[in-house]
Design a protein around this ligand. Structure first.
Ligand SMILES: [Mg+2]
Length: 237
């Protein structure tokens, strides 16, 4: 079994700033912060880590009560914001997902810093949510490597539940795992779970930044997936 784990922002879609605007408006309405700090990085990080850093930067108490208030207010705002922002599905994404769906030996999931409800809101807006049966999300973890471990565990449990009864498939047959993402953090978290890392230049990171992390493949966008698909086909043949 081959598992392919996709990052969301900058990899599958770009939301035209809907995510950051929803965060900023939620900080304004809940905590009275008119302008969120530009010092806090968003790309490649978990929502929980971003929000905790923003709370700290603005003197808001970092605790689970404030976190829960934040996500309850942020998700409906994100749903409202998505159609107002000029976002898009990135090149090659739909064609790649179509290709992966053809094989019963490929399991496709998410590995994202978004909270699960945020991931669902974003991907539902672009009619992509139903393409992913499982995932690791940024609700509870501040470290992306922990999200990668959660995504891998979700993949293993998905594969175990959907095993076709083929006696040649063992319970550990998720050993070939690919992580596709647009930031150095995606490549690093792929390594942390022993996965192959495919970096794509459709997000914020530069070629030099991504090359420095030594991904297995570096693609301009997801239309350039011939080598990747050859590797998958060789693995499931
Ligand atoms: Mg990303």
């Amino acid at each position: 079994m081959v598992t392919v784990l996709f990052d969301i922002d900058g990899t599958l879609i770009q939301t035209g700033g809907a995510g950051q605007r929803a965060f900023a408006e939620t900080f304004s309405s809940l905590f009275g912060i008119e302008k969120i700090s530009s010092e806090v990085r968003f790309a490649g990080r978990s929502d929980r880590a971003i929000v905790e850093d923003l709370m700290e930067a603005h003197g808001v108490a970092v605790n689970s009560d404030n976190w829960n208030r934040f996500i309850e207010a942020m998700v409906p705002r994100l749903v409202e914001m998505l159609p107002l922002c000029q976002g898009t599905i990135l090149p090659g994404v739909v064609e790649l997902l179509d290709e992966l769906e053809k094989s019963e030996h490929v399991a496709t999931g998410l590995l994202t810093g978004n909270i699960a409800a945020g991931a669902r809101a974003k991907l539902s807006h672009y009619q992509l949510w139903q393409r992913f049966a499982f995932g690791g999300y940024g609700d509870h973890c501040t470290n992306r490597n922990d999200i990668a471990a959660a995504a891998l565990a979700a993949a293993q449990s998905h594969v175990a539940q959907h095993r076709t009864g083929n006696s040649q498939e063992r319970s550990s047959d998720t050993e070939l795992v690919f992580v596709i993402g647009d930031t150095p953090a995606d490549v690093e978290c792929a390594r942390s779970i022993g996965a192959c890392a495919i970096a794509v230049l459709t997000g914020g990171a530069s070629r030099e930044q991504l090359l420095a992390t030594k991904p297995d493949l570096l693609l301009n966008d997801l239309t350039e997936v011939d080598d990747f698909l050859l590797q998958i086909n060789a693995a499931v043949a």
